[in-house]
Design a protein around this ligand. Structure first.
Ligand code: SF4
Length: 362
């Protein structure tokens, strides 16, 4: 984001853009490596802390650029250790991130937009519409802000992009952020530990299939026939299930060898044994696993959660058919951190709004 002085937010630059930017000062390529390490490995928030850069160079940087940061306004913790962080952006908008502990993993779920234009009917973020895309720095600063206040023995092991917003609708900023998450001089997350979850925007998926960047892909499927999916997710009218699944096969040419399909289970809508059998047929030939996510009921959501027996039966059918199917119980329910449909309540009336299935670990 540009500040009033039109200085450059350096965390909005990809590694190659940073090299180019520094080149305008006549600085060598290795300077960009130093800066990346200061930002993303050491977490510095001021140029003065970058002690291997000369004072003069730091002053030059200060004249033309700045280092953006995020501080949480509010943190809530659930009994199971899940934590939700509320951030206020420079323009007053608010976003949330959720930190989910699970055995040896500590997964951070990030937002990529303020609100969302896609209006999935099981999601409260969809109800607020799209306010704006997050910048690359706003996506990355969620990681830095949470990491800064972790306990010494804790470290974030996995990143999932499935908070507020549809990541592929903010394509460029999201991909640039992923590049920095993975870059050896920035966050250094393995590509297997970064998961992007999408409803399946076809043009962006096609574009993604041609990118060199690698990470895990999760598709929010949620239904086994076009009519039901359109009922739950209006975007299905534009990008139907059949075409999304056909495209998934293209991704198999890439190192992303197994796609995760998310399936939010809703009572009486998509939880029958017929649906389970149809899902098996649909995913035949696509190496994949399925995360079954029983709906979290919330005010304003016109659906009910499925019975436990139904979920179990659904899972058994998938597993008997040879699919890996895992039931993901929501974490952090009492802090509205589960399952993404949540727009909560807070004592001071702040909106607490959330994207999709952040109870999932990958
Ligand atoms: S589930 Fe995701 S894509 Fe759908 S409305 Fe919510 S945030 Fe947007």
């Amino acid at each position: 984001m540009k500040n009033p002085l039109e200085k450059v937010d350096l965390k909005n630059l990809s590694p190659s853009e940073l090299v180019e930017f520094l080149g305008t000062f006549g600085k060598e390529r290795y300077r960009s490596i130093q800066i990346l390490r200061w930002f993303y490995q050491k977490g510095v928030e001021s140029f003065d802390e970058m002690t291997n850069l000369s004072k003069r160079f730091r002053h030059e940087l200060h004249q033309v650029s700045f280092i953006s940061t995020l501080q949480p306004l509010h943190i809530e913790q659930a009994w199971d250790g899940t934590k939700k962080y509320l951030f206020r952006l420079e323009d007053g908008n608010r976003i949330e991130s959720v930190l989910i502990p699970d055995k040896k993993r500590l997964t951070l779920c990030l937002s990529t937009q303020v609100g969302c234009a896609l209006g999935c009917r099981f999601c409260l973020t969809g109800k607020m519409g799209l306010k704006r895309n997050l910048t690359t720095s706003e996506i990355l600063n969620q990681i830095l802000a949470v990491r800064k206040i972790l306990l010494a023995r804790e470290s974030i092991t996995n990143i999932v992009l499935m908070g507020m917003g549809e990541p592929l609708a903010n394509y460029q900023n999201t991909l640039k952020a992923i590049e920095l998450m993975h870059h050896p001089d920035a966050f250094k997350f393995s590509s297997r530990r970064i998961t992007l979850s999408t409803v399946g925007l076809l043009p962006e998926l096609e574009r993604l299939a041609k990118e060199k960047i690698s990470f895990r892909l999760a598709i929010s499927l949620n239904a086994t026939d076009e009519e039901t999916r359109s009922q739950m997710m209006p975007i299905n009218r534009l990008y139907p299930l059949k075409k999304i699944l056909a495209l998934c096969k293209i991704f198999l040419l890439h190192p992303r060898t197994r796609i995760t399909f998310e399936y939010v289970m809703v009572a009486g809508i998509n939880d029958s044994s017929l649906d389970a059998k149809r899902l098996l047929r649909l995913l035949r030939g696509i190496p994949s696993k399925v995360n079954l996510i029983p709906l979290n009921e919330a005010p304003g959501i016109p659906f009910k959660k499925p019975l436990e027996e139904k979920v179990k039966q659904f899972q058994e059918i998938l597993m008997e058919g040879g699919l890996t199917a895992i039931v993901r119980m929501s974490k952090g329910r009492e802090i509205s951190a589960a399952c993404g449909q949540l727009q909560g309540k807070s004592s001071d009336g702040r909106a607490q709004i959330w994207g999709q299935n952040q109870n999932i670990d990958f």
